[in-house]
Write a protein that binds this ligand. Structure first.
Ligand code: THU
Length: 143
């Protein structure tokens, strides 16, 4: 599916829909995420929990890994995350870091069961991020 940045509705719908596939027998907290790649393709993901709790995969990372696995996505322009909460909830630290790999300045929309929406950017949520640029600098220094 394709979309663009003036079409947040498509991302919101995809995030809410993805949450329906969440595997959440432990938390009962079904999250959905939709990402829009720089070339306009839309991917989504849900959280997938595990009896060994630490192996749980969040919705955001499921969406990113799916996108990459399905077609070599290079850059994320935007992400929308739905949580089953009365107010929007921000992504966990691990997901912020993984999102950063593919779009440090990406736009972020957070939606929930209530009417409130948070629009922000990844660099606001993860200031001073460690990312690909640091590794590129390291490689340049060691050449
Ligand atoms: N979770 C996500 O999928 N994304 C987030 O940003 C925060 C937390 C999931 C992980 C776990 O399955 C459940 O929500 C409760 O933490």
């Amino acid at each position: 599916m394709t979309a663009n940045l003036s079409d947040w509705t498509a991302l919101e719908r995809a995030a809410r829909q993805a949450a329906k596939n969440a595997y959440v027998p432990y938390s009962h907290f079904a999250v959905g995420a939709a990402i829009l790649t720089a070339d306009g393709t839309l991917y989504s993901g849900c959280n997938v929990e595990n009896a060994s709790f630490g192996l749980t995969n969040c919705a955001e990372r499921t969406a990113i890994f799916t996108a990459r696995a399905q077609g070599g996505m290079e850059e994320i322009a935007a992400v929308c995350v739905y949580t089953p909460t009365p107010e929007p909830t921000t992504p966990c630290g691990a997901c912020r870091q993984v999102l950063n790999e593919f779009g440090p300045a990406m736009r972020v929309r957070l939606i929930c069961d209530g009417d409130a929406v948070i629009d922000t950017t990844l660099d606001t949520l993860l200031p001073g991020a460690f990312g690909p640029k640091n590794m590129a600098e390291h490689r340049a220094r060691s050449e």
